[in-house]
Ligand binder design. Sequence first.
Ligand SMILES: [Zn+2]
Length: 134
Amino acid sequence: MSDTKTKVEKSEAEWRRELTPMQYAVLREKATERPFAGEYEHETRKGTYTCAGCGHTLFESDAKFDSGCGWPSFTAPAADGHVDEEHDISHGMIRTEVLCSKCDGHLGHVFNDGPGPTGLRYCINSASLKLQPK
Ligand SMILES: [Zn+2]
């Protein structure tokens, strides 16, 4: 299990070098990939989804469900404290932004219309994730 306390901090130039343009746009510039276009939307393999920026464990495939919203959706993070949630009032909407707690990379948003037991839907960009198949 990776250390959750130490932040990963890199310059924008370093991030640009290490990430693909799509990963950079999502993680560092809070872009949203086009719906139904992401790599993991229909992914069904078992495994752990880690942060594409820093490798932090974010979600388990067991929590993934098909929400039909066009992005990979999860009912809960892999562990408490692995994602940060922040109030986001951009684009004229009140949403809760989901960030990697280790590198502060933008992952997506969380909505309260998910299935039980959490009732939450973590709507996450494929570009911010990397699946480590089991
Ligand atoms: Zn990260």
